[in-house]
Design a binder for this molecule. Sequence first.
Ligand code: HEC
Length: 138
Amino acid sequence: MRKTLTALLLLSLTVLVACSKEQATDRAPTQAVVAEPEIDPATGLKMTGDWELVRGNCTACHSSKLITQQRGTAQQWLTMIRWMQKKQNLWQFDPGTESRIIAYLSDNYPPDAAQRRAAIPHELMPPNPYSTETASLN
Ligand code: HEC
């Protein structure tokens, strides 16, 4: 009887240890995927990839906040750069530098689906006093 109890105890201990090990290894890769780059305290830029190139070329005229609060695809970032080059005296970049800057921006500040809420469904909106539909209800 005592032997059976000891065996049971050992078995449950083994299962417990195995489970906790599994959990530990479960967690590690998730953390690696979720890990966000560190934020540069001076500029607020994400310290990854070509962030120093962006700091060097993009913070001379205005606060880096203009950059970090902006979101865009590569094309949208390029359009902003072209606009600044045309209207705000931003200098020309050589093509290599420009594509590295754009890659950093569109990778780290991409369009964010969560920034805009979905439109409110029509049936949840208050009646529109100017619509002919509502007028016929009165
Ligand atoms: C030569 C000066 C200059 C440099 C360098 C510069 N910008 Fe600008 N940028 C401006 C000016 C001026 C504005 C308009 C600021 C305002 O509206 O108050 C602006 C505005 C912006 C905006 C806001 C655009 C909007 O639609 O609101 C973003 C984003 C931006 N810049 C990003 C960048 C990035 C990225 C770089 C580096 C590639 C950069 N800027 C480098 C002059 C510059």
